[in-house]
Ligand binder design. Structure first.
Ligand code: SAM
Length: 212
């Protein structure tokens, strides 16, 4: 849940959102019982948003930066075209068993490729053009991720960036490193003439960036 909206409104939004698959429901429960910092998981509302965007675009290639337990990867993969592929990167290998089990259960083994390592080092090695990129890793590197992926996104493709409102801290005077990095990212995107962009106040804020 975000801290941007009242709990009542968050509950209302949650109730008025389609149900996700039983695989996603199990993965969310497992993440909350077995994994540290489970709140990093996208959850039903954001996951449904990602799934619908992907189903509208029917992408051939998706890049996700920040797999965690694989929830958002499974949501995004729901829209992949028949020959589509989602590549997802995470620096932490500890959740690999949970991720692989969920991918297997969802029948997406052929459509999701997981990579373990620092996305900053791995992205330059990927020779693909993406329809959708989802940035959801360390906030401090959001500007770097944008620079690394912008030329790998096709015209008409999109970049989605999560947590861009950072519980509302982007408009506060507070000066921690993550908040500063997100403010810099939001400014950078706003000033980039190659893209059109809008912040959606879903959960912790998602920027939808369209490559012109
Ligand atoms: C917010 S979680 C991702 C949540 C996931 N996308 C979801 O919605 O369920 C952020 C993830 O980024 C990973 N991460 C942090 N720094 C990274 C880096 N430099 N390269 C790759 N992954 C990184 C963390 O290990 C963590 O699993």
């Amino acid at each position: 849940m975000s801290e941007l909206l009242s709990n009542e409104i968050e509950d209302y939004i949650h109730i008025h959102c389609s149900e996700v698959s039983s695989v996603l429901q199990r993965l969310e429960r497992k993440t909350y019982t077995d994994v540290l910092m489970p709140r990093m998981l996208s959850g039903k509302v954001q996951g449904t948003f990602l799934s619908i965007i992907s189903r509208m675009m029917q992408p051939k290639r998706i890049l996700e930066i920040g797999t965690f337990t694989g929830y958002s990867a499974l949501c995004l993969a729901e829209g992949l075209s028949n020959d589509g592929l989602l590549v997802t990167i995470d620096i932490n290998e500890e959740r690999e068993d949970i991720i692989q089990e969920a991918i297997q259960e969802a029948g997406l083994k052929k459509k999701i490729q997981t990579f373990t390592g620092n996305a900053l080092h791995l992205i330059p090695q990927i020779d693909e053009i993406f329809d959708i990129v989802f940035i959801d890793a360390d906030k401090i590197n959001y500007c770097n991720y944008f620079d690394l992926v912008i030329d790998k996104v096709r015209t008409g493709g999109i970049i989605l960036a999560d947590n861009v409102l950072w519980s509302g801290k982007v408009i506060s005077e507070k000066r921690d490193k993550d908040t500063e990095a997100l403010k810099e990212f939001n400014k950078k995107v706003q000033e980039d003439s190659r893209v059109d962009n809008v912040i959606l106040s879903i959960r912790d804020g998602i920027t939808l960036i369209y490559k012109k």
